[in-house]
Design a binder for this molecule. Sequence first.
Ligand code: IDP
Ligand code: MG
Length: 154
Amino acid sequence: MERTLVLIKPDAIQRGLIGDIITRLERKGLKLIGMKMMNLDEATLDDHYRHLLDRPFFPRIKQFMRSAPVLALCWEGLECVETVRTLCGTTNSRKADPGTVRGDLGMSVQCNLVHASDSSQTAQEEITRFFRPDELFSYESVTDAVIYSSDERG
Ligand code: IDP
Ligand code: MG
């Protein structure tokens, strides 16, 4: 099974949307294997958003991401990197599809409620950035037998 990293961003924390966002991912059938509230420091954000270093809005997103704590979540599931990206919706919340987190709950590009890893490789890097190994939990999910077929469970 694949793993991915989700950050519930400061706007969602301020708006009281933690429960709504986690519920969507739980109800989808994903397994929560790590959860941690934290204040992000400059160095972590420089690393996490280094693909945007040259963009004019880079200082603004860092300031936004430090305006309140974030909730870091690690989820596990079959092809869950792509599945979670789909559930989050496109970056610009105004254009995100209805039914997605951003499409249902947001109006902004910057304040778009969630971060989700964009590839399996990025997910591994990001999980390591936000969680120590002992903060991730390996356990049998009793519902996997009805969430997946036997061949999908492997
Ligand atoms: P993603 O979160 O959908 O993967 P990225 O391009 O990786 O999008 O950008 C990271 C974050 O930077 C976005 O989620 C959003 O908060 C912010 N961001 C991206 N593009 C813009 C922009 O044009 N203006 C302001 N903020 C932006
Ligand atoms: Mg991204």
